[in-house]
Design a protein around this ligand. Structure first.
Ligand SMILES: Cc1cc2nc3c(=O)[nH]c(=O)nc-3n(C[C@H](O)[C@H](O)[C@H](O)COP(=O)(O)OP(=O)(O)OC[C@H]3O[C@@H](n4cnc5c(N)ncnc54)[C@H](O)[C@@H]3O)c2cc1C
Length: 406
């Protein structure tokens, strides 16, 4: 059951000029096989656009293309020796097959040991900041390994090809919804689940509207919400593991502009004084004519819930960001802005600390009919729609197995 009126969760869309667009930037990788299979099942695979995208790094010396062997050679923030060390460290990471060997190190420790501090500061630190905000120095090397090793298949010598579903991923969620309704599933998007308790062999689910009995309960919400809803049916060990996890919140500013911001799809910010982590220009992946000629620019920021920026509305947030956007963008002018939107998510990104594998919950809880499948259980891969779908299949397989054993 979902609290919101529409399907989609963090992948939900808004309408702009009659076209749907996700509230947070969105792409998939060629290695995301579970989304790709699902798109195929719902006859949408032919409508995937796989476009080349360029990535850049912004430092106080300027904007540099980053992410391909050629761009590395031209990358001024690193010396020749540092470029070689960086290149070798990427090869070394790709040769590691067992992430458990490196999960006890933070990415910061591992990269500095293997390439030196300047390489860390000018390459991976901005990426970690753009994903984890001020928790960047706590992140396990296993997470970075997952990014480099598992995502490699989207990369080509001259850049990366990222996938976007023409017309937005809402087309997929709508097809799934139709399919479920046709197959006698009941979907209640406007009821909030409050608690789950046990009554004999059944589980009683209490929502904002009603109370109902079920044989199985699958929680796909964050640990922070799950531990409140499921407190009567989880073991103290399971609750402790949930308490050990910290999330960062996401605050995304979406700018609709008359002009393009830069030639890059993704810019990681490598300056301490800039209060956001990344700029993702969606219309450098998808043609702006899909949106009536408007350029769609997401300014991404991960932060703690008590960060003062988290409570700001779109105008206030833009005021905070404007002078830095002018500094980075190619003639960026607030006069070109058509519209601003901002969106936030409380539990947007689990903070993947060292030895994270010790803290992960299985999909099946100790209580036999209770299952949990959320982004905190995705590891060492990075959270994403692909792994949410994969976990969905795993839960279904577990329930089918349980039924057979019964
Ligand atoms: C800024 C940002 C950018 C991202 N970019 C990408 C990307 O490019 N590609 C990609 O693959 N992934 C991306 N992701 C990750 C992706 O959005 C998530 O992996 C995916 O949404 C997880 O889906 P989910 O169903 O597990 O959880 P969610 O999307 O969080 O859905 C949980 C649902 O539960 C509902 N809910 C909460 N509490 C209750 C309650 N008490 N009762 C009933 N319902 C409740 C919520 O309203 C929500 O609908 C991004 C995430 C963020 C934050």
């Amino acid at each position: 059951m979902k609290k919101r009126i529409k399907f989609g969760g963090m992948a939900k869309c808004i309408s702009y000029n009659g076209t749907k667009i996700e509230k947070h930037y969105r792409h998939i990788f060629k290695s995301d096989k579970y989304v790709i299979e699902l798109l195929k099942e719902f006859d949408l695979l032919d409508e995937m656009l796989w476009n080349k995208t360029k990535m850049a790094y912004y430092s106080k010396d300027g904007l540099y293309e980053f992410g391909t062997p050629t761009s590395l050679l031209k990358y001024k923030p690193l010396s020749f020796i540092e470029k070689i060390r960086f290149g070798f460290s990427v090869i070394k990471i790709k040769l590691i097959n067992d992430y458990k060997k490196i999960e006890r190190y933070t990415a910061e420790q591992w990269v500095i040991k293997n390439c030196g501090e300047n390489v860390y500061k000018k390459t991976w630190e901005p990426l970690l900041f753009s994903k984890f905000g001020n928790n960047k120095d706590k992140i396990s090397m296993a997470w970075l390994w997952g990014k480099i090793k598992l995502r490699g298949s989207s990369s080509e010598a001259d850049g990366e090809r990222l996938g976007y579903l023409n017309g937005s991923y809402e087309r997929l969620t709508q097809k799934i919804e139709k399919y479920l309704l046709k197959n006698n599933c009941k979907i209640k998007t406007s009821e909030e689940v409050k608690s789950v308790s046990k009554d004999g062999r059944k589980y009683v689910v209490e929502t904002s509207n009603e109370s109902k009995e079920f044989d199985y309960v699958v929680s796909t919400v964050s640990y922070d919400i799950s531990k409140k809803i499921l407190k009567d049916v989880l073991s103290s060990e399971e609750i402790n593991k949930m308490n050990n996890l910290k999330y960062t919140c996401a605050k995304t500013l979406l700018i609709f502009s008359k002009k393009s911001f830069s030639p890059f799809y993704w810019i990681n910010i490598g300056c301490d004084y800039i209060p956001f982590g990344g700029i993702i220009e969606h219309t450098n992946m998808i043609d702006c004519n899909e949106y009536g000629g408007a350029h769609l620019i997401y300014v991404s920021n991960y932060m703690d819930k008590n960060d003062r920026l988290y409570a700001l509305d779109e105008k206030q947030l833009f005021e905070e960001y404007n002078k830095y956007l002018k500094e980075i963008g190619n003639g960026f002018d607030d006069g070109d802005i058509i519209e601003l939107k901002c969106f936030e998510e409380d539990c947007a990104q689990p903070v993947i600390t060292t030895n994270y594998s010790h803290n992960i919950l299985d999909i099946q809880m100790k209580e036999n009919g209770i299952f949990m499948a959320n982004m905190a259980q995705i590891y060492p891969e990075d959270r994403g729609m692909n792994y949410a779908i994969k976990m969905g299949y795993e839960v279904a397989a577990n329930i089918i197995m349980n039924e057979r054993l019964d």
